[in-house]
Design a protein around this ligand. Structure first.
Ligand code: FE2
Length: 384
């Protein structure tokens, strides 16, 4: 198009919509014909658009688009080397600034080219020869839409940032509550020192080695330190008895699993079989649900001789099988009032003797595979 396309006797200035304040919007004209570029640029300048970049070589268009980051593009549909439709496709395919309004400028009046442009995401069309009033009106309208879009995007970004911050705060307070609860149980059983911390870390190692989903790994490592929360319900005479417990006292001690379950769900009376078993290895547990599973099942044994339910093999929920290994290893490797601490290698040998009887072979093998990490955690968390 050229200046000759203006209606006879009309100047560019006269054909403009009302002159307006200058716009800070960045516009990019992509057209291989210099004269078209000059005309469009002049129309825009007269309407107050000072920031107009031009590109007459379609091969450099995308590079310029990326560098200049325009608010709107006026794009010639028919160009040699790379067509306007191809450039439009590239703009829409890019993850950043894919929403930039693109006005296709075309002399082709056939519906085919319009349909193709629409399919590739053209925002609007201008027919050559371009009418300056129509050009400016359309450009302004699209810039308003772009502004709304940017505003919504900024709000969404701020909202997202705020949600992440609040979520992190909630997560931190959740962790604090869990640690408080774990310490409350620990206070009642004051010989265990860092026991709950170590069990949580060993359980995380095992869950990782077993390839569980990240959310399940996180939940198991949070829930494991609370496995003995039910000990809060035991009398001091049992909990703090020096030396070994008699049969009756052992029975009472074993009730800590049930007490824990009732603490976590006061509606439960008696001992409830965990229904989740292994079916939710990659599923969605709530934290309370996970703690309840760990609490009720960490003394079950692979061969069915454990308590309180006598579950066998895969009927024992995986988190319970994991905590069983972590808990027994920690008890063996630390001194208690009734026993000295065993050397780590001896602890491992004792665990191996329980492979397939006390412990799930797969879980025990995972523990052995990560024994260097176990040793590191043991040293890092040694009781003072
Ligand atoms: Fe226990």
């Amino acid at each position: 198009m050229s200046l000759r396309t203006l209606p006879a006797g009309t100047t560019v200035a006269e054909s403009m919509p009302l002159a307006n304040e200058s716009s800070s919007s960045r516009l990019l004209i992509i057209d291989d014909e210099q004269i078209n570029v000059r005309v469009l640029r002049e129309y825009l300048r007269l309407a107050g658009f000072a920031n107009v970049e031009v590109c007459c070589d379609s091969r450099k268009a995308m590079e310029l688009f990326t560098q200049y980051q325009p608010d709107l593009v006026l794009l010639d549909a028919m160009m040699p080397q790379i067509s306007g439709l191809e450039i439009l496709h590239e703009i829409r395919s890019g993850s950043e600034r894919a929403f930039t309004p693109v006005v296709m400028v075309t002399a082709d009046t056939s519906p085919t080219i319009r349909l193709q442009a629409l399919e590739r995401g053209a925002t609007d069309f201008l027919q050559k020869p371009v009418d300056p009033a129509e050009l400016i009106t359309r450009v302004r309208n699209m810039l308003i839409v772009k502004e709304y879009h940017d505003e919504v995007a900024t709000r969404a970004e701020n909202l997202d940032r705020m949600i992440r911050k609040r979520t992190a705060e909630l997560e931190a307070s959740r962790m604090q509550i869990i640690q408080c609860l774990a310490r409350a149980a620990e206070f009642r059983d004051n010989e265990t020192g860092q026991h709950v911390v170590r069990v949580g870390r060993y359980a995380r190692l095992l869950a990782e080695e077993l390839g569980l989903a990240p959310n399940v790994i996180e939940l198991i490592s949070l829930a494991a330190p609370l496995h003995d929360i039910g000990k809060i319900g035991l009398p001091d005479s049992i909990l703090h008895k020096p030396g070994k417990l008699n049969e009756e006292e052992i029975e009472q001690m074993r009730k800590h699993c049930e007490y824990g379950q009732r603490m976590l769900d006061p509606t439960m009376s008696g001992i409830h079989r965990p229904t989740e078993a292994t079916t939710k290895e990659d599923g969605q547990y709530s934290l309370i649900e996970m703690v309840r599973i760990v609490t009720i099942s960490h003394h079950e044994r692979w061969d069915g001789t454990g308590y309180p339910l006598g579950l066998r093999g895969l009927d024992i929920p995986l988190p319970g099988r994991i905590v069983a290994v972590a808990d027994v290893f920690d008890a063996l490797s630390q001194s208690r009032s009734y026993k000295p601490a065993f050397p780590l290698d001896q602890c491992l040998e004792i665990l191996k003797e329980g492979r397939g009887t006390h412990f799930d072979p797969r879980v025990l093998d995972a523990f052995i595979a990560r024994f260097d990490d176990v040793r590191r955690i043991f040293l890092e968390t040694a009781d003072g």
